[in-house]
Design a protein around this ligand. Structure first.
Ligand SMILES: [Fe+2]
Ligand SMILES: [Fe+2]
Length: 292
């Protein structure tokens, strides 16, 4: 249940609520069609040449690129798949939707946020693949959007955001604990509110809402997001003052989550993540450069 009063403190007027471009929903509609045509999707994206160019630039960045240069949207769709191209499109919209509306604070730079979110998205898709979570459709998006409430706070109410960081630093508490003390709501709820307003799936809404309290709703989407978030921190993409150490081997929830995949090698996976780290840094650089 959404408590409007809480969210009005972040988005004082409903007109201020960030809105995703129509073209994104048009694309979702095409993707849902029974006889889905990648040509039709490519035509839609190519209607906006500068958007198409940005999608291609991101599709060729080291994280997704592979060896083969993708010069047109159809090639990108064939290589990456429509789902991933849609994810990249959303990535571009989100960076534009939340520009640095105020001067950045010394405590936080937007780049840190996107590195954390992109790492979580990418690691979620890797874990999804390794655990063969067939019922999870959009692990990447769950990771990408899990902290979107924090970005909203940073962009719309930077003083509130900085107060959270300062409380964390002063008392050593977590983000959600600091938010609870200061405002009686947290970034999970803000993110959930946004995901609802953007008509994302219930699974995605839940992944955002419970990404710090997975036991409240331990679905595969929620657990995937929860652990991808932890792996992002392990790989060096934590948000400021969030330095808690995680012992996954001692975590019963983790054991349960990976129990169906007998061959999940945690140590090897962690090494793999460190290998990916420079690609994440480079992809975020491309994303932010394109938004300027
Ligand atoms: Fe979070
Ligand atoms: Fe996070």
């Amino acid at each position: 249940m959404i408590d409007q009063e809480k969210f009005q403190r972040v988005f004082p007027s409903h007109r201020n609520l960030p809105v995703l471009p129509v073209i994104f929903y048009e694309l979702l509609k095409i993707m849902e069609e029974e006889n889905f045509s990648s040509r039709k999707a490519a035509e839609l994206i190519s209607r906006d040449q500068s958007l198409a160019a940005r999608v291609l630039k991101l599709a060729n960045s080291p994280l997704y690129g592979g060896q083969q240069e993708k010069n047109d949207i159809i090639t990108a769709i064939n290589f990456l798949g429509m789902e991933r191209v849609k994810d990249l499109l959303l990535q571009i919209f989100l960076v534009k939707l939340f520009p640095e509306m105020r001067a950045e604070f010394p405590e936080f730079r937007i780049e840190i946020f996107w590195k954390h979110s992109l790492a979580t998205a990418y690691f979620a898709s890797l874990i999804q693949e390794k655990l063969k979570l067939a019922n999870v459709k959009n692990g990447y998006l769950c990771g990408l959007l899990h902290d979107i409430g924090l970005l909203a706070l940073f962009s719309y109410q930077p003083e509130m955001f900085v107060a959270v960081l300062r409380e964390m630093k002063a008392s050593g508490c977590s983000t959600v604990e600091a938010e609870k003390v200061l405002f009686d709501f947290n970034h999970c709820e803000i993110g959930f509110y946004l995901a609802t307003s953007w008509h994302f799936s219930h699974e995605l809404q839940d992944a955002i809402l419970f990404h710090h309290s997975p036991l409240e709703s331990p679905s595969n989407h929620v657990l995937l997001t929860y652990y991808a978030n932890i792996f992002a921190k392990i790989a060096g993409f934590a948000l400021p003052y969030d330095e808690k150490v995680y012992e996954l081997l001692q975590d019963p929830l983790w054991k349960r989550f990976v129990s169906n995949s007998g061959d999940f090698d945690l140590e090897r996976f962690t090494f793999e993540l460190f290998d990916q780290a420079p690609k994440i840094v480079e992809t975020v650089r491309v994303m932010l450069e394109m938004a300027q």
